[in-house]
Design a binder for this molecule. Sequence first.
Ligand SMILES: Cc1cc2nc3c(=O)[nH]c(=O)nc-3n(C[C@H](O)[C@H](O)[C@H](O)COP(=O)(O)OP(=O)(O)OC[C@H]3O[C@@H](n4cnc5c(N)ncnc54)[C@H](O)[C@@H]3O)c2cc1C
Length: 453
Amino acid sequence: MTAADGTTVVVVGGSMAGLLAARALSDHAASVVVFERERLTEEVAPRGHVPQGRHLHLLLAAGLDLLRQWFPGIEEDLKVRGAVPVDGHRAWVHQGGAYRARGDWGRPVLCLTRPLLEHVVRERVAATCGVTLESGSLAERVTVTGRRVTGVVVAGVERPAGLVVDCSGRSSRIAQDLATSRLLMPPITRVGIDIGYSSFFMRRSPDDLEGDSVVCIDTPGSFRAASVLPVEGDRWQVALGGVHGDVPPCDDEGIHAFAAALPSPVVGQLLDRCERLSPVATYRFPSSQRRHYEKSPLLQGFVTLGDASSSFDPIYGQGMTSAALQAAALGEAARTLGVLSPELPNRFHRKAAQIIDSPWRIAVGGDFAHPATTGPRPLGTAQLNRYGQRVVQAAHVSLPVARTFNRVLQLSDPPAVLLRPDMLVRVLTSARRSPAVTGDAVSHPRVGLDTPD
Ligand SMILES: Cc1cc2nc3c(=O)[nH]c(=O)nc-3n(C[C@H](O)[C@H](O)[C@H](O)COP(=O)(O)OP(=O)(O)OC[C@H]3O[C@@H](n4cnc5c(N)ncnc54)[C@H](O)[C@@H]3O)c2cc1C
């Protein structure tokens, strides 16, 4: 069946996953109604039910590519509103003891705040033919007849639907209710990382970092990280992170001490140089979590995507892009099968599981390099982490490795491309030349024209 059937799709949750699912399905259903519990306003600001919106949100290249397809002109629109494109020529990424080789890493990423991104995507979705956004509307539960979901209840009123898409986030009440009533019980995997974030904004002037852009630092062994990204409003958005209880501080003295102890002096120097513009926001993220719908008998007329299905250690910046890739897969399943097809939930969740596998392996695999990480390890994690260390080292000196590695991290290519024979040879030969291996001095960027070399 197709759009001509008059089918209504209901999407629960009007955050990134819900908005993108609505856009992807709008081509294949007569109407799509998005229910968002929070009353949404025109203000571009973090909102209560998406508290992570106060923290740094990187949209990876694969996500940006989908946004460009769904919303023609959105990249230019975001740039006009202050989003900053960053490419491999202007980025400083310190990882594993040195900086990644700079040059052409492929498509630039766009740096902007999460509230701005969500706001612009929401404007576009609200203007999409056939899509209605009902904010201030809590979906209390789904209605079920036999093994088919038939709609949702909002403010005590049943709203029938041919397909219900749960995009209500990691602690989805719908998922919990369906599990409690034993109707839908996907196995759940959790990998404990207990990451703590401290985030804030600083004023950015054009000659900070001599006009260059992004800094990501990790500390081998301690797993501390810091990112400083340029965002709209001539600001730097800063995130400091630590794992397994190593929570970054939120007072001035503590923040400076944390930054000063990183292996690159750049973050500390930028903090000394730039004026802090906001209070410090904090966040604790206990574990990556995955509901394995692909391993469960499913309900007809019901699918789940975004954080409600899988949420990853945020340090890798994958959540929104993974949601976008899943939304595209849902749109494709609806195109080929029709939104009412009894086969759609199975087809979609099998494909979604493949999509989730890449970010899951990158995030969870990386997290298992820390001995305190808990939960089931994906097969081959120790060997892949050893090879991953070589990739990081090779990327210090080899631009082709840096480019391929970047495409994997941006979810544009699967991790398997790093294991192709030609890449394997390049990685193993280049890694030996990394300053992290040879002990050669690493030169750091200057944070300002007035900074001594
Ligand atoms: C600290 C931190 C940093 C992050 N950094 C990045 C990053 O750099 N890059 C990246 O891509 N991702 C990042 N993420 C992950 C990203 O925030 C999520 O993956 C993304 O928001 C997924 O969105 P979602 O729509 O699935 O869920 P959410 O954003 O959690 O939204 C769920 C929505 O559903 C609504 N809702 C809930 N229940 C109901 C109901 N019953 N009825 C109606 N509405 C309901 C809520 O109000 C909310 O709007 C980060 C996460 C954290 C915690």
